[in-house]
Write a protein that binds this ligand. Structure first.
Ligand SMILES: [Zn+2]
Ligand SMILES: [Zn+2]
Length: 587
């Protein structure tokens, strides 16, 4: 950790002491338990029988400001365990720290924020470090309140936790708060629930998301998109089983290299079966199913492959980190002279896909071998160089910018990763194109070349939608739920103004449905305002309001999810315009 970070941490930790001091004064009987600085701020855990809510933050922050404005000294000292037992006699949490110090044979380190009168000063058990005085604490803000168990253990008492943060300047703080707000607006877990896209039921299992009708509609549109695009490029589609024999994964090398990410085996009929963590081994068998000649290549096998990988429960997060997911996977088997053309084709498909999503903030990382590293011994130096050169040439020819990462390649081949930054500023891999020297050897793949000899094909794995689950999380946050019309689960909502208009509304709905538009009719007996508000939460692109006036003239009044009214048009005109928006994948 560098010096700047140390200072920031000392400042945040001092701010937490000020929070504790303020709360003891405001809430007699409150027992402070603990409070560290954390990555983006600090928190404070306390034991209090009364009610404290976020509504109290204004009052608490005012008291904190009073303490900070007085620029009180923060002084370090030590107590003997005996003295500590006396000073903190009323607080079992602090006594526990004192006993810990006693066990280690140490004195108890304390910090005091000194008010003019000794009685008003605030003493806390703490190892430090701190800034010298409260005036050195920058602009701060209390953020949220939550429950937390003492020592994080559910067998212990539930305490209350307040999160806060502080920064050197007001500008830094404002920027951070703005980022938090933006991230919350785009939080895929909240939007996923509001728009009924997916759900995670504890009864079904953590990390095992369920696709609800709206979410699956988006996935199906993406699946259809990929199936059609791949078919046009000569891909054939297959499905391989979700569980397979241990031998298969021994041959592929997954058992041995990938154990930690695999589920324990299922024992049936005296043999072990594993959930597949990748779909590659099955694809190798499909290639081997018959003898291939040089004329048959390239062979491109696509699979929406359902895979299971073990993730620690603490790492699971919404749709971003899950234990079971489906990849838009494919394996391309080709001759060496076909590598460049095949890679170019994949890159072009990728570019078109991203363009259709209106997505342009991505960059490429090229993971290469390190000639000195023995882990790359699977193929000769020349083979690595030829493969790496082919990847670079394709990126260069397509004028794509990329960063090279030497020594970052996995042991079996170089790869291209498409990277993007998510709303929390963290980098995510959204697509991968992986070159593979290993599996053709392990599964002894060959084709008959022009001279009638056996030759080894090259294998390229590519997962353009690395995982439909993670990709949906990414899309939700990217669009903040306002998907482009072609992806929207419900593209238009017909809203009758009165009961008299329900029949007409249904007729409009039928006409749209017959034209391939995903439409719903809101015939609930709610007010117009309530229906519009709900449609806006659902981020439905078009609301078609129909009353007597529209019914008489066979029209609809169009309202966009932005709130803009674009006026009254005939049903026919609306059908024509929405069909164009969908087919041209306009936003
Ligand atoms: Zn401290
Ligand atoms: Zn693969």
């Amino acid at each position: 950790m560098n010096k700047q970070n140390d200072q920031l941490e000392a400042m945040r930790h001092s701010c937490e002491h000020v929070l504790t001091m303020a709360m003891i004064k405001l809430y007699p009987g409150l027992l402070p338990a603990m409070g560290p600085a954390i990555e983006d701020g600090f928190y404070f855990d306390f034991d209090y029988s009364g009610k404290i809510s976020e509504a109290d933050f204004i009052k608490i922050e005012a008291e904190m400001k009073r303490i900070i404005n007085q620029d009180l000294a923060i002084v370090h000292s030590e107590l003997s365990v005996e003295e500590a037992r006396e000073v903190f006699a009323h607080n079992p949490y602090k006594l526990e720290w004192a006993e810990e110090a006693d066990k280690r044979g140490e004195r108890v380190s304390i910090y005091t924020i000194q008010e003019e009168s000794q009685a008003d000063s605030f003493v806390d058990v703490c190892k430090g470090p701190h800034v010298e005085s409260t005036g050195k604490i920058g602009p701060f803000k209390l953020l949220s309140i939550a429950g937390a168990y003492w020592h994080g253990d559910s067998k212990n008492k539930m305490l209350t936790r307040i999160y806060g943060t502080c920064f050197p300047t007001k500008e830094d703080l404002d920027q951070y708060l703005w980022r938090l707000e933006e991230a919350e607006k785009r939080n895929h877990r909240r939007i996923g629930q509001e728009m009924e896209l997916f759900a995670i039921f504890p009864e079904i299992g953590q990390g095992l998301p369920v696709w609800l009708p709206n979410g699956f509609t988006i996935r199906r549109v993406l699946e259809d998109y990929m199936l059609e695009a791949e078919r046009k490029l000569g891909y054939e589609h297959v499905i391989t089983p979700v569980i397979s024999r241990a031998e298969l994964f021994k041959t592929s090398g997954h058992l041995g290299f990938y154990d930690e990410s695999m589920y324990p085996p299922i024992e049936v009929d005296n043999e072990k079966l594993y959930l597949k963590p990748m779909s590659c081994p099955g694809a190798m068998f499909i290639y081997k199913y018959k003898t291939r000649s040089y004329r048959d290549l390239p062979i491109k096998l696509g699979e929406f492959g359902l895979v299971y990988r073990y993730e620690k429960s603490g790492e699971l997060h919404g749709l971003q980190r899950v234990r079971g997911f489906t990849q838009n996977d494919a394996h391309i088997f080709c001759r060496e002279d076909q590598i460049a053309a095949e890679l170019t084709e994949v890159i072009n498909l990728l570019k078109q896909f991203y363009k259709d999503l209106g997505f342009d903030k991505y960059w490429i990382r090229l993971s290469l071998s390190d000639p000195k590293d023995k882990k790359y011994a699977i193929a000769s130096r020349e083979e690595w160089e030829r493969a790496e050169k082919a990847l670079k040439k394709v990126l260069d020819d397509n004028k794509l910018e990329y960063e090279e990462a030497p020594g970052e390649a996995v042991f079996y081949g170089p790869k291209i990763d498409i990277q993007a930054v998510n709303v929390f500023g963290k980098e995510d891999t959204i697509s991968t194109i992986q070159f593979d020297f290993n599996l053709p050897r392990k599964f002894d793949l060959f084709y008959i070349d022009t001279s009638g000899e056996k030759a080894r094909p090259y294998v390229i794995h590519r997962a353009l939608i690395g995982s439909f689950e993670r990709f949906l999380a990414f899309l939700i946050e990217y669009y903040a739920g306002a998907f482009p019309v072609w992806l929207s689960p419900v593209q238009a909502l017909v809203v009758p103004i009165t009961e008299r208009n329900i029949e007409y509304a249904r007729r409009v709905g039928r006409q749209l449905r017959e034209n391939g538009v995903r439409v719903q009719v809101d015939d609930r007996s709610e007010t117009l305002q309530a229906k519009i508000r709900d449609a806006q939460i659902q981020k439905i692109p078009y609301m078609l309001v129909v009353g007597d006036k529209e019914q008489e003239s066979e029209t609809v009044s169009v309202r966009l999810r932005s709130g803009e009214n674009t006026g009254q048009v005939s049903i026919k005109e609306f059908v024509a315009s929405i069909k164009k928006v969908i087919s041209e994948k306009e936003a």
